[in-house]
Ligand binder design. Structure first.
Ligand code: THU
Length: 150
């Protein structure tokens, strides 16, 4: 059997992935989703090893809703974290993989950041940010405009 402390997927040990699954599922319990009843939890693995949680927070005025990825990354930024190794989301559906609120991730994560998508059973799919959102728009494009490039 593979050793969970040395086998790596996108640079993460299987033990770290398991922990992200557990923490994002715990974050899902914090979801405030009385309108959609669609709970989403997010766990961000920061460079130093800390894990910061987020969940979707809905609003009676629907567009004011904040997605789980955005609450987690905003919180991580406010806590002084700027570099992220991976991101995990958990939902109540199966199979895993239905998760597309990527704008907030593009702002703060490199395109090779792995995004682990866990379903209600703990199964996951993993894709990098670039695989999820090819040809994305992000902060680097605005820097190029400022520098006179395309
Ligand atoms: N949601 C997220 O939090 N992240 C996603 O990637 C997909 C959708 C939330 C927003 C809203 O509260 C609910 O799921 C239904 O759209």
């Amino acid at each position: 059997m593979s050793d969970p402390t040395t086998t790596r997927i996108h640079g993460l040990t299987t033990a770290e992935i398991e922990l992200l699954g557990e923490r994002s599922a715990a974050a899902k319990e914090l979801s405030y989703s009385p309108y959609s009843h669609f709970r989403v939890g997010c766990a961000v693995l920061c460079e130093g090893g800390e894990i910061v949680l987020g969940a979707n927070i809905e609003n009676a005025s629907y567009p004011v809703t904040i997605c789980a990825e955005r609450t987690a990354l905003s919180r991580a930024r406010l806590e002084g974290r700027t570099t992220f190794r991976a991101l995990a989301v958990s939902t109540d559906i199966s199979p895993p993989g239905k998760m597309r609120r990527l704008g907030s991730i593009c702002e703060f994560c490199r395109l090779d950041t792995p995004v682990f998508m866990f379903d209600k059973t703990g199964d996951y799919k993993v894709l990098t940010l670039e695989q999820l959102l090819p040809m994305s728009f992000g902060p680097d494009h605005l820097k190029k405009v400022e520098q006179g490039g395309q």
